[in-house]
Design a protein around this ligand. Structure first.
Ligand SMILES: Cc1cc2nc3c(=O)[nH]c(=O)nc-3n(C[C@H](O)[C@H](O)[C@H](O)COP(=O)(O)O)c2cc1C
Length: 361
């Protein structure tokens, strides 16, 4: 396939179609107000992105409960007080022509007390002195995901994406290393996946047939097992429980290092599954027009743009103008990012990402 195929529309099982194959990946910029309200910096960032010609724009990871926070100045969706800011964001994205989704997040055992988080581990062995959350607490957090999705809908978003990656709560529950529970949310793979499935099913029930549901999944670290996650994904595809899977790889070309799929790309393990009407996309070092087009050849329906979108807010437009477009080489100077429109706070966040901002700049 060629770069021009990236500009073909993509229908989803629910709601409107994406106008093209570019999805902005969730990007926590840590520039919201301390209570999770979207700040003027968040609004300005969304305005820049909305002009970038994405098919769908995801917000940064947004807390479904105050205690589920992992980052200072993280965006929140756990209170109706967040609605005005979120409504403004949804409006901005729609005016630019993209679809919109809030990424729903709870940090689980990785919630950080320094910023108001209350660690909620699946197991009593994960954090010394912190007991595993009870079955009732799991159900409460499940319902918080569902309430947050309702809030996203009320704010005017086309959908949500359920954060099931990077060891955060839903990913934590999937892991046999982090989940040794003996209730219905632990033990067999089916039980460990129950939390995720109940969140997704609950959101569909609460938000109706026009609302879009994405699911972000990662495979690396946290004791996650590729073979198991493949099985859960196969079921989710077969039952068409979601509109799209967002495969969060750190490198979309990453090979499987062990087990029955050793030597294959991680991506292929998922693209080879029958996916019925569900769409599949991947993130991970997609920095050029050519690499984005190659991912369609590798079986993706769409691509997720993260760091390349911070470097150049209108990555899709750049690709449209130049099929040989490549991102600026890293690290870049703070001045480069400032000139592009990034706030000082966002630049500060990016200094924490190795090799992104040139030290001393
Ligand atoms: C500054 C920054 C913030 C991020 N925030 C989130 C987030 O809120 N939620 C999430 O699921 N992933 C987050 N990620 C991961 C990205 O969405 C993406 O999966 C990852 O950066 C790999 O894509 P890339 O190589 O194109 O950057 C973040 C990445 C960066 C660089």
């Amino acid at each position: 396939m060629s770069v021009s195929d990236l500009f073909k529309p993509l229908t989803l099982l629910h709601g409107p179609a994406m106008r093209n194959r570019f999805m902005l990946a969730p990007l926590t910029s840590q520039q919201s107000d301390y209570d999770g309200t979207a700040s003027e910096y968040d609004q300005s960032w969304m305005e820049q992105l909305s002009q970038g010609f994405y098919g769908l724009i995801q917000t940064s990871a947004s807390t479904v409960e105050a205690g589920g926070i992992a980052f200072e100045r993280q965006l929140g969706i756990h209170s109706d007080d967040h609605l005005p800011g979120l409504t403004q964001m949804a409006k901005t994205i729609r005016a630019g022509g993209a679809l919109s989704a809030v990424q729903l997040h709870h940090a689980g055992h990785r919630a950080r007390p320094e910023v108001g988080g209350i660690p909620a581990p699946a197991s009593g062995k994960t954090i010394p002195g912190v007991r595993a959350i009870s079955t009732e607490e799991v159900e409460r957090i499940r319902d918080s995901f569902i309430a947050a999705a309702k809030r996203a809908q009320l704010a005017g978003f086309d959908g949500i994406s359920v954060h099931g990656a990077f060891g955060w709560i839903l990913s934590e529950f999937m892991s046999p290393n982090l989940n040794d529970r003996s209730d219905k949310y632990g033990g067999s793979m089916e039980n460990r996946a129950r939390f995720t499935i109940e969140v997704i099913e609950g959101i569909r029930k609460a938000c109706g047939p026009d609302f879009q549901i994405g699911w972000r999944l990662s495979i690396e670290r946290y004791g996650l097992r590729l073979e198991e996650l493949r099985e859960v994904t196969a079921e989710i595809f077969d039952r068409e429980l979601i509109d799209y899977l967002d495969l969060a790889l750190w490198d979309s070309a990453q090979l499987v290092r062990e087990g029955m799929y050793q030597g294959k790309t991680m991506l292929s393990v998922f693209t080879e599954l029958p996916r019925k009407g569900v769409r599949l996309g991947a993130a991970g070092k997609i920095m050029s027009a050519q690499r984005a087009a190659q991912l369609l050849d590798e079986g993706c329906d769409f691509v997720l743009i993260a760091r390349a979108g911070i470097l150049q807010r209108d990555f899709p437009l750049q690709v449209k103008a130049n099929p040989m477009y490549d991102s600026p080489k890293l690290p870049v100077t703070a001045e480069y990012l400032r000139k592009g429109g990034l706030s000082e706070r966002f630049i500060e966040t990016m200094r924490g990402w190795q090799t992104f901002v040139r030290p001393g700049s």
